[in-house]
Design a protein around this ligand. Structure first.
Ligand SMILES: Nc1ncnc2c1ncn2[C@@H]1O[C@H](COP(=O)(O)OP(=O)(O)OP(=O)(O)O)[C@@H](O)[C@H]1O
Ligand SMILES: [Mg+2]
Length: 283
């Protein structure tokens, strides 16, 4: 079952084999960790997570971040109101300078600087750097929100070979050069596809809760559909669960949604145990 795949990853892709040959090492497949929520306002929690990442010596890590709470504050300060549909931020074009400035600027550079303080050589990027990810408009009613599509892993391969920690903000670009806001869970999934990587979605809560307010150990697409319809899964968790289901089906393994609050559990999650909800692929 999917949990076992965390212990025994499927065969590397051809590109993965190339990376392995180039480095001559036996490192595991890369790990994409998505962080969001209040961790971006809590330096000590971010520091603890980065310290755990720095100890993952035999596994390349890519950090993808959101920053919804920071964006909410900045938009309010700038006099904008915020509307969300199914957990996705409706993004009028006029808000893009504030949103991209907050995510690809302040939040991204703060993470890189904090990593540098722990001697982690981090590199701050957005989805459009190095032609990594293409974006189309997600839906007309959402405004400047991008649906990300994988394009080139060359930049990330190069950075990972050099043992850098890529830190990616969820800002992308359309082919006409306009910036778009991308849900950070979707951004993490596309980076994961690009690298055929493992994926952890770390958030403010310990996983997905059911109607009794209990954390679910596992969640499949059928249960998820019902819980979303009942409004039990709502807001940002809707977007997260949908992104995790997509990744689970594409990668044919379960995807963990867990909390960043006890970062030491990352090791357990990678070993197939630990807290959190595992979103399962369709059988
Ligand atoms: N059934 C549910 N179980 C758990 N959390 C839920 C559920 N339904 C809604 N939520 C909310 O979803 C939130 C997580 O999504 P949110 O988008 O706020 O965070 P994030 O994706 O980690 O951060 P960011 O959007 O900044 O990347 C939780 O903090 C919780 O308030
Ligand atoms: Mg979110």
């Amino acid at each position: 079952m999917a949990i076992a795949s965390f212990r025994t990853p499927p065969a590397l892709t051809d590109r993965g084999e190339d990376v392995k040959k180039l480095t001559g090492n036996t490192r595991k497949k890369p790990l994409v960790i998505k962080i969001g929520g209040a961790i971006l306002n809590q330096a000590s929690a971010l520091n603890a997570l980065l310290a755990v990442i720095s100890r993952l010596k035999d596994q390349a890590v890519v950090l993808v971040h959101g920053g919804g709470c920071v964006v909410d504050d900045r938009l309010e300060q700038a006099g904008f109101t915020t509307e969300k549909k199914n957990g996705l931020r409706v993004t009028p074009k006029a808000q893009i300078p504030v949103i991209s400035g907050a995510l690809a600027g302040n939040v991204n550079k703060s993470i890189v600087a904090q990593a540098a303080g722990l001697n982690i050589p981090a590199v701050g990027l957005s989805l459009c750097d190095g032609d990594m990810v293409a974006c189309r408009l997600a839906a007309p009613e959402l405004g400047a929100v991008g649906k990300p599509l994988p394009r080139s892993s060359k930049l990330l391969d190069t950075l990972l070979l050099g043992r850098f920690l890529p830190v990616i903000a969820s800002i992308g670009a359309l082919d006409n050069g306009e910036l778009v806001n991308v849900n950070a869970d979707d951004a993490a999934v596309v980076i994961c596809q690009l690298l055929n990587a493992e994926l952890l979605l770390l958030t403010d809560v310990n996983g997905v809760k059911d109607a009794q307010n209990q954390y679910l150990k596992t969640l499949n697409s059928c249960q998820a559909g019902q819980l979303i319809e009942q409004g039990v899964i709502a807001g940002g968790m809707t977007a997260k669960v949908n992104a995790a289901l997509k990744a689970a089906n594409q990668l044919r393994r379960s995807i963990a949604v867990a909390s960043w609050q006890s970062p030491e559990q990352i090791i357990h999650l990678l070993n197939g145990d630990g807290a959190g909800t595992r979103i399962q692929p369709d059988s």
